[in-house]
Design a protein. Structure first.
Length: 264
């Protein structure tokens, strides 16, 4: 009995140390939020096609810093048939959509528990079937958490930036680059409809200061429904608009998707 009591002072420091390590591990885990989404469609019958949409979001919060990286990919292949010189039918899958983009933004809140922040934003996009091979931009500026309740938040920021587009070769148009100074404005509205459903509305405008250069506008609406603690079902409508495109290309692209989102 006395021998067991003598061991207690020796065990206490180890127990305290273990609790501190656990608290630090939980704190580090809480700083990072990672989610991945995936949607897949395979169609057979009169037409055969394969569609895939994937995404990854990494968010880090610590003190007055918030950093977020978002990656999205969209691909589609359609089965086509052709007849060769010998009269034989050949079947192959033709890529009809291939687009990916990555966006990163870091915010620094000017004071603890404050609403104003400074931001830096970078974005890169490639689209195989648009008027532009690449569209890149960088922007810095000021933003504010304009409205907040238990269910609703509204963020908006604005600042100067620079945009670099690579125009695709088509017809008589040679591949060339377009550079322009821009004013970038963003707004994000988040509303929790209930404990299981969340609505998000994102709007991004990159207005070229030279009226002859291309300006871009993006609106994205999403509704996310929680299925279990770490798995959600997400419906998304995305509209992308370019003011200046080459002949034969549309100014506006729309995308409707349904994906599963897993949060780590």
């Amino acid at each position: 009995m006395h021998r067991n009591l003598a061991l207690i002072p020796l065990l206490l420091p180890s127990t305290v140390f273990a609790e501190e390590v656990l608290e630090e591990a939980i704190s580090v885990t809480a700083e990072y939020t990672v989610s991945a989404e995936l949607g897949f469609l395979y169609k057979t019958g009169n037409t055969k096609s394969t569609d895939m949409k994937a995404g990854l979001n990494l968010r880090h919060e610590k003190n007055q810093w918030v950093s977020e990286v978002t990656f999205n990919y969209l691909g589609k292949k359609l089965e086509t048939q052709s007849v060769d010189n010998n009269g034989a039918t050949e079947t192959e899958f033709l890529t009809t959509d291939n687009k990916w983009n990555i966006t990163t933004q870091t915010n620094y809140t000017l004071s603890p528990q404050g609403k104003n922040y400074l931001y830096g934003n970078l974005s890169y996009e490639e689209d195989k079937f648009s008027s532009f091979e690449q569209q890149n931009s960088v922007s810095i500026g000021w933003g504010r958490h304009w409205y907040q309740t238990k269910k609703t938040s509204l963020f908006a920021d604005v600042g100067p930036g620079y945009k670099h587009d690579v125009v695709r070769e088509s017809g008589s148009v040679m591949k060339h680059a377009q550079d322009a100074f821009i004013i970038q404005a963003q707004a994000l509205y988040i509303h929790k409809i209930n404990a299981f459903v969340e609505l998000k509305q994102l709007f991004v405008a990159k207005y070229a200061t030279d009226t002859e250069e291309n300006s871009t506008y993006k609106a994205e609406t999403s509704i996310t429904t929680k299925l279990i603690e770490s798995l959600q079902l997400k419906f998304t409508l995305t509209i992308d608009h370019n003011t200046e495109v080459e002949q034969g290309f549309d100014h506006t692209d729309t995308q409707t998707a349904m994906t599963f989102v897993y949060s780590f």
